[in-house]
Write a protein that binds this ligand. Structure first.
Ligand SMILES: *Cc1c(COP(=O)(O)O)cnc(C)c1O
Length: 392
């Protein structure tokens, strides 16, 4: 008999009932060190006092009014994002895949309004992930995500990752936009080198193409900059955001230049919940906290400490781990053992990691994880690796 919860996930046999910073408490009382942060969502850890306060204060005043009216919390968060990024304007969504939907619509409407209605094609890359909506799965294009869900939304051209020649050949006068994650998350923590992102920007400029960055996972401080593309010193035209921006409250956003957003006039897009007072009150505190240069410098420092201890872990367990990759607190351990076995051994040792493609385990801790917790996490990962070695 089908469970009352649609069984689209194969879940670990764990039920967490409370969170404190980088720790999750299981129903049986065990304390887990959380290096997954709800898949890069709980950017400030669990139950951060400032986020709890923002949410509860707003909850006792007003939850929802719809976008038929002005929402001051939404305007405040939009102003903050405009102040701290390339963007001139922001639309709020509730998730990453909704941000993908708008990014696709925005790029196509841009060219339609410019009188180039057949310029609809969006170039995307192998191994990418843009969410599970119809546009998101068509954009990523992998068989795993799309099989059985046809007819797929058309107009996406999928190219190999990191193949400059394939890209130059693929661009035509139908190319509306290029959509890419600066650091692939689900694809196995694969960072695009800075010079490639710069090259992409140049290519887009040369052909007048819009550059859409999907920073749903790598954005909001995760790499040690507020947004990952800042490392390459370039700016996108459109950027998809979600995950970390709500600190655990469902919130997403599409950031855009005035030019790229020029087609999105009243009535062209909408969302009932998007930009609601609860989410935006929390999001404003998240962005205020993370956009601070001292906070971001701390992220890089902690990332250095974590990376160094992971290098040590690889040296200690060469049959389990092969290499560390990624940037900031978006790190991947490429495994020699099966990644799921390592994740499961982590559960046995009360440390949480997240599997990704390419036999990688992801470490996406809260951005404010303490050095003490990093040291404890390393011990537990080492114990998990020893368990995998003993079992093989
Ligand atoms: C998680 C993710 C999405 C989808 O976000 P949802 O909130 O699950 O819809 C899109 N793009 C990237 C890069 C992601 O990591």
């Amino acid at each position: 008999m089908i469970p009352s919860v649609l069984p689209t996930y194969s879940r670990a046999p764990l039920t967490f009932v409370k969170g404190e910073g980088s720790w999750l408490i299981e129903a049986d009382g065990r304390r887990f060190l959380d290096l997954g942060a709800g898949i890069a969502v709980n950017a400030l850890g669990h139950a951060h006092p400032k986020l709890v306060e923002a949410l509860t204060t707003q909850a006792s005043a007003l939850w929802h009014v719809s976008n038929l009216y002005h929402i001051p919390q939404q305007e405040k968060l939009a102003d903050l994002l405009v102040e701290h990024t390339f963007a001139d304007t922001v639309f709020f969504t509730n998730s990453g895949t909704e941000s993908c939907e708008l990014a696709v619509k925005m790029a196509r409407k841009y060219w339609f309004d410019k009188g180039q209605a057949d310029r609809t094609e969006i170039i995307t890359f192998e191994g990418s992930f843009h969410g599970r909506s119809s546009a998101g799965i068509a954009a990523a294009g992998s068989e795993k995500m799309t099989k059985g869900f046809g007819p797929l939304l058309g107009g996406f051209k999928h190219l190999p990752w990191n193949d400059h020649d394939a890209l130059t050949v693929a661009i035509t006068d139908q190319t509306a936009a290029i959509m890419i994650e600066p650091v692939q998350g689900e694809g196995g923590i694969r960072p695009l080198p800075d010079q490639c992102l710069k090259g992409l920007r140049d290519l887009c400029d040369a052909h007048g193409i819009l550059l859409i960055l999907d920073e749903v996972q790598c954005g909001v401080g995760r790499t040690g900059k507020l947004f990952a593309h800042e490392w390459a010193v370039i700016e996108p035209d459109i950027m998809m955001v979600a995950k970390g921006i709500g600190g655990g409250f469902p919130l997403g956003a599409v950031l855009s230049t005035e030019n790229a957003a020029s087609g999105m006039t009243a009535g062209t897009h909408g969302s009932t919940y998007g930009g609601n007072p609860l989410g935006c009150a929390v999001g404003a505190v998240v962005i205020q906290t993370i956009a601070d240069s001292d906070f971001l410098a701390d992220v890089s420092r902690r990332a250095g400490a974590l990376r160094q201890s992971l290098e040590g872990l690889i040296a200690q367990h060469p049959d389990v781990f092969e290499a560390v990759r990624g940037t900031g607190l978006m790190l991947g351990l490429k495994c020699k053992a099966t990644n799921i076995d390592v994740v499961n051994a982590g559960y046995d040792n009360a440390v949480i990691t997240v599997p990704a493609a390419d036999n990688v385990i992801r470490l996406l801790p809260a951005l404010n994880i303490t050095e003490e917790d990093i040291a404890e996490a390393t011990k537990r990962l080492s114990a998990a690796a020893s368990q995998v070695e003993a079992a093989s």
